[in-house]
Design a protein around this ligand. Structure first.
Ligand SMILES: NC(=O)c1ccc[n+]([C@@H]2O[C@H](COP(=O)([O-])OP(=O)(O)OC[C@H]3O[C@@H](n4cnc5c(N)ncnc54)[C@H](OP(=O)(O)O)[C@@H]3O)[C@@H](O)[C@H]2O)c1
Length: 339
């Protein structure tokens, strides 16, 4: 086991697209857990698009990271010392509040226990983590998806997008992927998506969506905002529902107004509903969603794909992969061995 704690701190707010120089690595001594706390050794660190919002001075739905602060982030790790009777040394846990560091002191309320026999550890940051319940409630509750709907999903080959596409198929819908490459479209098709659109190579994205969705889009699961959203808004079916889940395409202009075309007539004529979505609003129902997702996984109906970068020193690089479309499935950083 290491005898120092490496940490990534934010050094400056990004101007436009974040770069690795927005963070700096430092070393300090390993922290000591207090009463009812435990010390956890990170095995996988999480990187996720929401972090772009946290490193902005703009007001967000939760507190941000200021220059000098430890970078926020979840982790999967092993308990190395526990002062709480409900956890013991060697237990594997997942936490959404750990930080980009080797060792963290956490309270039991901040972690969930992992059973590695149920699914490999990275799955607990994917369908058995926040992203699973995001895809589930974003479609089932926020978009009120129903059998027969044409469901279009952006960032379809990412973590939330892969899960969402598979849930849409399981619900009897037609699932259409929007993503950045032919390789990613092929992967989405393997997972069950009925069709795919490469937003980078289509010269007329609204026309491409009209071609693939001739009867219009009933549900749009929006992970990106920006020009993809604008193109979908020109193809709404009557009573379409749009779940605004993420805005990853705005990563390079996060602090500027999101100016695009306006399609309010289309919203009016199609009687569409645009629903902002935060998964935490469904916290009381996570367990029932995870139970369904796990059941699908066990029967082979749901696949989990992860994209692992090795090395603590590569954590900012791994985060930037998300903003530059390099990941396929859930991006994680492996910082130490599973035992
Ligand atoms: N609201 C909530 O409660 C909640 C909870 C969890 C996640 N989310 C959101 O869900 C979305 C997906 O998160 P994730 O963790 O699963 O990440 P992810 O989809 O695995 O990775 C991010 C993806 O964003 C796409 N992307 C990057 N830059 C883009 C651009 N300029 N235009 C279009 N697409 C771009 C890339 O896919 P392509 O190859 O397709 O470009 C990339 O793979 C994010 O927006 C995240 O913030 C929201």
């Amino acid at each position: 086991m290491r005898n120092t704690n490496r940490q990534w701190h934010l050094v400056s707010y990004p101007e436009g697209m974040p770069t690795e120089s927005n963070w700096a690595m430092s070393q300090s001594s390993i922290p000591q857990p207090g009463d009812d706390e435990m010390l956890v050794r990170a095995i996988y660190l999480d990187v996720a698009p929401y972090m772009r919002g946290r490193i902005s001075p703009q007001q967000n739905y939760t507190a941000g990271v200021s220059p000098g602060d430890l970078m926020v982030g979840g982790a999967i790790g092993e308990v190395v010392q526990s002062n709480d009777p409900s956890y013991k040394q060697g237990d594997i846990v997942v936490s959404g509040a750990f930080g980009w560091q080797d060792f963290g002191v956490v309270k039991p309320a901040m972690v969930r226990r992992i059973d590695a026999d149920v699914a490999p550890l990275p799955c607990w940051m994917d369908f058995l983590g926040t992203n699973g319940v995001t895809a589930y409630f974003g479609l089932v509750a926020a978009a009120e998806m129903k059998p027969g709907d044409t469901v279009v999903i952006s960032a379809a080959a990412g973590s939330v997008g892969q899960i969402a596409g598979q849930i849409a198929k399981l619900a009897g819908c037609r699932a259409i992927a929007i993503t950045s490459s032919e390789k990613k479209i092929a992967r989405c098709r393997e997972l069950g998506y009925d069709g795919g659109i490469n937003y980078r190579t289509e010269s007329d994205l609204p026309a491409a969506i009209a071609r693939v969705c001739p009867d219009g889009v009933d549900v749009y699961f929006d992970n990106t905002a920006g020009p993809i959203l604008d193109a979908v808004l020109q193809n709404l079916a009557p009573h379409a529902r749009i779940t605004v889940c993420g805005t990853v395409s705005l990563a390079d202009r996060f602090d500027k107004p999101d100016i695009g075309e306006r399609f309010m007539r289309r919203i009016l004529v199609s009687r569409a509903r645009i629903q902002g979505f935060l998964v935490s609003d469904y916290q009381g129902h996570y367990e029932e969603a995870w139970a369904r997702l796990l059941n699908w996984y066990r029967t082979g109906a749901l696949k989990c794909e992860y994209d692992i970068i090795e090395g603590f020193e590569n954590t900012p690089k791994a985060f930037l992969r998300l903003l530059t479309s390099q990941n396929l499935g859930k991006q994680l950083v492996k910082v130490d061995q599973e035992t």
